[in-house]
Every structure is written in C-alpha cells, then in structure tokens.
Write a protein that binds this ligand. Structure first.
Ligand code: G
Ligand code: G
Ligand code: MN
Ligand code: NA
Length: 253
C-alpha cells in the first residue's frame, strides 16, 4: 500500500528513469541494441528495484501509465542519441498485459514514432509468453504493431509454454533465451540441450536469438558455437543511465 501511494506520485511527477543494457553481436562484439529498463529512486523509500514495483504497478493498473512513460522516455532518448550521431540500431522496451490489452496501443506507438521522428526499426517490444496468453486478440494487436515495422521479441523464452504451432502464428522476430538456462552452461547438460533446442527452433522459424544474463566468457563461447546471434548480460555491462551508456558504447556501433 505504501509502495503504491509513492509509485502513483512518482508516475504523476514523472520521476521514473530509464536505464539501458547493451545487446552485443556474439561474433563481432559490436553493439547491436539495448534493452530499456525502468528505474525508480524514491525520496522516501530510496532505490526500489523493479522486482518490487513492477508487480505493484501490474496489480494496481499503474503499469499502463508507467509503461507509457518508459516507452516515451526511451523514444526521447533515441531521438537525442540519433541527433548527436549515436546511431544505436534498436532499443527494446518491455510490454505488460494491460498495455497490450489496449486496442489503441498500435496507434499510440505510431504517434510516438512520428513525434520523435524515429524509424519503426529503432524500436522493439519484449513480451513474455504469459502476457501473450493472457490477452484476448493478442495476435491481432501484435500484427498491427508488426505492420508498423516495430520488432517483437519473446522475453524469458523457455519458461512458459508456447506450442510450436502457436509460435509460428506470432509475428515475432526474436526469442530471448531466459537467464536460467544461461546460468546452467557448463554445469548441466540439460540446460545446454535446451539452449541448443531453442536456437535450432528459432533458426528453423527464421527468428534470431538473444541470450540473457550472460556473465562469463565460457558462456559466450558456447553460445557463439551454437549460433546464438546476440548476447546481453553483465559480461558486457549492467543496465546504465543514458549518459554512462552513451559514454561506454558511442565508438562501438
Ligand atoms: O532491471 P531488472 O532486471 O531489475 O528488471 C526486473 C524485471 O522488471 C524484468 O523482468 C523486467 O522485464 C521488468 N521491467 C523492467 N522495466 C520494465 C518496464 O518498463 N515495463 C515492464 N512491464 N517491465 C519492466
Ligand atoms: O525479464 P527481463 O529479461 O526483462 O529482465 C532483465 C533483468 O535481468 C534486469 O533486471 C537486469 O538487471 C537483469 N540482468 C541483466 N543481465 C544480467 C546478468 O548478467 N546477470 C544477472 N544476474 N541479472 C541480469
Ligand atoms: Mn526483458
Ligand atoms: Na528476460
């Protein structure tokens, strides 16, 4: 209840910020994109991690306003970066059930792209399988988003259960392999088998793969050999404020 009240105020006063975590090509080490992640420093509560405030936002409906703010701040930042010559190819934003339930969401997205003069290819939306399953007409809305040219990825892939037939119908381009499987590289043959299966599934459906939570060089070698195209994780960098992210990556696109 306390968090809810402060979170509502923080959203009203536009106090949330966005951090960016690099996504890197597994072969070249070049920056290929970033994930935008919501951050909240509350004067009263101090730093509140997303694992605490995102569920509260989901339960109270505040996630719609919060998600809109994060999406708009990301677009603003992308415009500023592009006009300063920092052309990061694509930044992804996480999408919640309540955002995807809005049938006017694709129109809202189109407005933002127009307002900030961004090509649709500069944005990607991350959706979990559970979000897709929870929304009636999810496929129609996803098709409309895709029709704009905005990319779609499935986050935490492997932890939910999409049947192959269902996955094939979804207009997604990217599978993000859940961190739990990456953690098991080198220790559990099962995790390695699951990663191989996801990469091969992605490849046969014409999708690319992003490995999440990569922290070690041995994990990168395994992922490279298995054909995972993109790496995200502390190995290349933690989520950073925009200025620090730009400082670290500006000479690497
Ligand atoms: O940054 P961190 O690893 O602490 O994020 C924890 C969780 O919060 C992740 O699952 C991430 O997807 C979620 N999250 C972070 N920012 C946002 C956001 O802007 N919108 C939504 N819906 N989820 C977010
Ligand atoms: O669910 P989602 O994939 O959106 O969650 C992203 C979360 O994972 C962020 O909170 C981010 O801080 C965290 N994260 C990103 N890379 C790593 C990593 O290499 N190790 C760990 N432990 N967490 C990570
Ligand atoms: Mn994510
Ligand atoms: Na994830």
């Amino acid at each position: 209840v306390r968090i809810e009240r402060y979170l509502r105020q923080a959203i009203e006063h536009n106090e949330l910020t966005v951090h960016f975590q690099a996504k890197v090509d597994s072969n070249s080490g070049q920056l290929v994109g970033a994930e935008a992640l919501a951050r909240w420093h509350s004067e009263a509560l101090g730093h509140v991690p997303p694992v605490r405030f995102i569920p509260v936002a989901e339960d109270t409906g505040l996630i719609v306003a919060l998600g809109d703010q994060i999406l708009e701040k990301t677009c603003q930042q992308l415009r500023d970066w592009r006009s300063s010559g920092f052309n990061i190819p694509c930044v992804s934003v996480n999408l919640s059930v309540k955002q995807l339930e809005r049938t006017d969401f694709p129109a809202h997205l189109a407005q933002l792209l127009h307002l900030y003069q961004l090509p649709a290819t500069a944005l990607e939306l991350e959706i979990t399988e559970s979000v897709i399953m929870a929304v009636d007409d999810a496929i129609e809305t996803l098709d409309a988003i895709r029709a704009l040219g905005v990319k779609l990825s499935i986050d935490d892939f492997g932890t939910g259960y999409s049947s192959l037939a269902y996955l094939k119908q979804l207009p997604v381009q990217v599978l993000k392999i859940d961190r739990a499987f990456i953690l098991g590289i080198g220790s559990g043959k099962d995790n390695e088998a699951i990663i191989r299966t996801i990469i091969s599934l992605a490849s046969s459906l014409g999708l690319s793969t992003v490995a999440e939570g990569v922290e070690e060089a041995t994990q990168i070698r395994f992922l490279q050999e298995e054909g995972c195209s993109t790496i995200q994780g502390f190995y290349y960098g933690k989520p950073l404020p925009a200025a620090a992210f730009h400082q670290q990556w500006r000479s690497n696109t």
